[in-house]
Design a protein around this ligand. Structure first.
Ligand SMILES: [Zn+2]
Length: 418
């Protein structure tokens, strides 16, 4: 990205949703609000007078936001956005039981195994081009920071290829990409679980950690996947190697991953469908955020949709992610908000906070983003509506008219529509 030393005022926003830390209304609503930007950062928020005083001179650019809604760029806290190919045939077949039976008996690869094959086969440029398209779509829908996991290679070369794509796209695109190593997404078809675990712990993890390409380490802890004990082994090793732990847990059963997350004070815990209320309480006390993925519950027609309300009632920090992956191809955090409110019991204000500050906390970026506060990055989206609730009401419509990343306007949909 080009560097930016300019000044901008976003003026007279009908609704300025600051997501300020102590906001009683969750969203820190300021009506007819102003916001000042210098370089990459926010230098003032509030009244016209306060903002112009802080800038100490006329800004280079004024954006008239009257009648509009201004809020932080979304943080997508959980994605598998770097993958090869498509599973559209499998997804379409899954609409009816008969269709899915036919698909399975056709002998075509399905699920994780199919994606491993296609991700291994894609060269780095091709894999990058596929992921880039999806990440630009995320940006178009207001997302300015994306967490992105490996885990579709389950061999050193492919895992490194995925993480390199994360790094290159982070450098090339006006979206920050935060990398997670998910070598324990499963085990590859050519190895037993035991052999793979040994390979992962002894060879892959030290190699990956040495590259510095992954900030976090993740695992899928569930029946039929990795046990609580195996998760502890892998994530402790990751932590010792400098990769802080995250965990997919309770998605399809509960075998203790949530309790382990609380005990290890992990960065975050994801899915949580089957996690018992007493464990949610424990996670809240340990300060571990819960990342909810309602797009997946929708796409897989989940038998036990996550009870989002229970996390809020337990006092947890709630975060949201698209979980963009071949099984749930979602790039819009706005759609995720629609789903979490209608299907999982959050209010629109709780969902807005989860998609911004909550998600920033779930990837340890809340010190510099997730809310519109002085000193934070000017990662901002503007919606062409005076009703912020439209985000969950206008189904499937993109509310975004402009996006700023680190103080620079990177999306201007008005212009492209003219
Ligand atoms: Zn996931």
């Amino acid at each position: 990205m080009q560097s930016n030393h300019g000044t901008t005022v976003i003026a007279n926003a009908r609704n300025l949703l600051t997501m300020a830390e102590n906001a009683q209304d969750h969203i820190g609503l300021v009506t007819n609000g102003f916001l000042g930007i210098r370089g990459e950062k926010i230098v003032a928020v509030g009244t016209e007078k306060a903002v112009y005083e802080a800038l100490g001179g006329p800004p280079e650019q004024v954006i008239d936001a009257s009648g509009m809604t201004v809020l932080p760029g979304f943080v997508d806290a959980h994605t598998h956005v770097v993958f090869g190919g498509t599973r559209v045939a499998e997804y379409a077949a899954s609409m009816t039981p008969e269709g899915y039976e036919r698909f399975k008996s056709s002998g075509a690869l399905k699920g994780l195994e199919a994606t491993i094959r296609m991700t291994r086969e894609a060269d780095r440029e091709n894999l990058k081009a596929q992921a880039k398209k999806r990440i630009l779509d995320m940006l178009e829908h207001g997302t300015t920071t994306v967490e992105s996991k490996s885990g579709y290679g389950l061999d050193i070369a492919t895992e490194l290829k995925q993480l390199m794509v994360n790094r290159e796209l982070d450098e090339e695109l006006p979206v920050d990409i935060v990398s997670t190593f998910l070598g324990a997404h499963g085990w590859p078809p050519e190895m037993t679980k035991e052999d793979y675990l040994h390979h992962l712990l002894e060879e892959m993890m030290p190699r990956i950690a040495a590259t510095g390409l992954a900030e976090f380490c993740d695992i899928w802890c569930d029946e039929g996947h990795f046990s609580r004990e195996e998760s502890e082994l892998v994530l402790s090793k990751g932590r010792a190697l400098g990769m802080e732990p995250k965990i997919h847990t309770g998605a399809y059963s509960y075998i203790g991953g949530g309790d382990l997350a609380a005990e290890m004070k992990m960065v975050s815990t994801e899915h949580l469908n089957y996690t018992p209320p007493k464990t949610l309480k424990k996670l809240a006390e340990a300060g571990v955020p819960g990342v909810l993925l309602p797009g997946t519950d929708f796409s897989v027609r989940h038998p036990m949709p996550v009870k989002g309300r229970d996390l809020i009632d337990a006092g947890m920090t709630v975060a949201l992610g698209t979980n963009c992956c071949p099984g749930a191809w979602i790039t819009s955090m706005q759609l995720v908000m629609t789903l979490i409110c209608r299907n999982h019991g959050l209010t629109v204000e709780e969902a807005l906070r989860a998609a911004t500050l909550g998600s920033a906390r779930a990837i340890r970026r809340d010190s510099d983003r997730g809310s519109l506060e002085v000193g934070k990055l000017a990662d901002i989206q503007i919606w062409d509506t005076p009703h912020y609730e439209d985000v969950i009401y206008h189904l499937g419509e993109n509310q975004v008219t402009m996006v700023f990343k680190r103080g620079l306007m990177v999306i201007d949909r008005k212009k492209t529509q003219e």
